[in-house]
Design a protein around this ligand. Sequence first.
Ligand code: MSP
Length: 635
Amino acid sequence: MTTYITTPIFYVNAEPHLGHAYSTIVADTYARFKRLCGDDVRFQTGTDEHGDKIVQAAENAGESPKEYVDRISTMFSGTWPHLDIEPDNFIRTTDSDHKQNVQTILQKVYEQGDIYFSEYEGLYCKGCEQFLTEKELVDGKCADHLTEPEKIREQNYFFKMSKYQEWLVDHIKSNPEFITPERYKNEMLSFLSEPLQDLCISRPTSRLTWGIPLPFDDRFVTYVWFDALINYLTGLVYPNDQKFDTYWPAAEHVIAKDILKPHAIFWPTMLKAMGVEPYKKLHVHGYWNINDTKMSKSLGNVVRPKEMVEEYGVDAVRYFLLRDMSFGLDSSYNSEAVIARQNSDLANDLGNLFSRSLTMVGKFEGGKVPESGPMEDIDQGMQDACAKMLVTYSEEMNQFRFSRALQAVWEVISRANKYIVKNAPWELAKDDTKQERIHTVFYTLLETLRILQVVVSPIMPATAQKMAKGLGVSTVSTLADGKWGGLKPGTPISKPEQLFPRLEKKKSAAPVKVKKDKKKQKAKGEKLEGIITFEEFGKVKLKVAEIVAAERIKKSDRLLKLSVKAPEERTIVAGIAEYYSPEELVGRQVIIVANLKPAKLMGVPSEGMVLAAKDGERLVLASLSDTVALGSRVA
Ligand code: MSP
């Protein structure tokens, strides 16, 4: 099978931001996923460099258009490697082969009579670089740019788009997956229920010179869409190259809803006029807003991909964007949401599973993949869950439902974490007759991790690489490697590298103040020491919490740093390192004093205390006889 996946080519009137990064991460992830499926994949992105807006931006920057477009285009191509985005082709509309290609196509369509010269008066939106109909305006303004379009009357060349309206409606209706998600298909069908206007494709050189001259009339240049959309063909060296024959039938475009009409209407009709088959699929996503507000330079809330990567790391950014946006709908970005995902899904769930499994294999299995003994129901359950996840994952990834694909993966991660707690290998290790059982448990865990490494690789390539290294397997894998049983007993397992650091919340919660009543205590005298009133006890907030991460504190034999959820997250430093290893704590419910004044121990801030009973030499954590909701008050 073959896949050709593209992003929009981005205007160089602005530097790369979160929105551009999202579309490009989506395309990169899909390209990697399709490679995993064994496809021959080509992934293309690039920059759109002609038009009024670019000339204006160059003037504002005090540069010539050429200097300006070279500089900004390099910013785009230079940003993608920071996000582990690896396109096969980066196209620029100022490349000479592209300009020539556009001219050849224009000439052909002109000669066959689908381009004509006429006078036109219409409402032109500079932001969209297109004429809008009255119906598309909201309160007389462009809905996207919130500006009033200008009334423009001039002679221009037009593409006979209306001629292909009926064909297009039929094509959309008979190919249900041509435009997805469905809401956008419906939007276009509704737009097509009215007569389609022809498309103005030129600008007089008196008004714009920064464009591609029409081959049949050099007083005009072609403007944005006839130039830009053709990039998808130029990148395949249309029409005479093997690449075109191989990849064009498999073309899938990723765009946001802002450029739906040019892609769903102009482009297929242009292709039809050129005698080229329409692309296979159009995938339309929503908008990223910032804290629920539109991202804009004037509001100063533009998020730059490179800064995100510096702050959170590339894989946390890729994961967050794909997990938090339901493809097709708008989503809101804020740093708290990224930190929450990083700490809970990545550091706690995946990171802990990986590190404690490998650490225990080091301790209990001599650092090698063990030979599995007979499987019990619980092990078979883990294997079946992996197989089921692979099916769901593939379906969802193929449909661009990345968030759902990741949810399916995380169900397995959560099951694997529970599998550790239920099997308690540290307890089995105390019993000589349970050695075979330990082998089965660790084989099951390592196999699960290996399969997880395969499925996370399109989304988080760097993390997959670290996991593969730890598991002693190769990173070049295919989805078929997701089948159970790939790990060879005896393979050495490395000491685990930390996959994700835990990030501190930006604002820490204000400490809860509990007033001390020293005077009263003194007055009651020696005999009453330790006695407290009901009200005083009521001031102590005991809550149920789950330990989600645990690690030793350097230079201390006694202290462990625990991350607990109650259900809000907090850090507690507990003096239990001599009695409990970090691996056996994760996943346990404990009782904490939730309103203890925060303190620092060995430089680590601690927000509470874990209850435990001291019994001679032993120290045993207080727990409940059943699992309860996190944050439940203990009274
Ligand atoms: N040059 C045209 C596209 C020509 S394609 C043949 C263009 N360029 S653009 O720089 O304005 O890019 C628009 C695209 O950037 C959107 O379709 C989307 O892919 C991405 N995004 C820009 N802002 C975005 C958000 N706030 N959220 C998500 N993606 C958005 O239009």
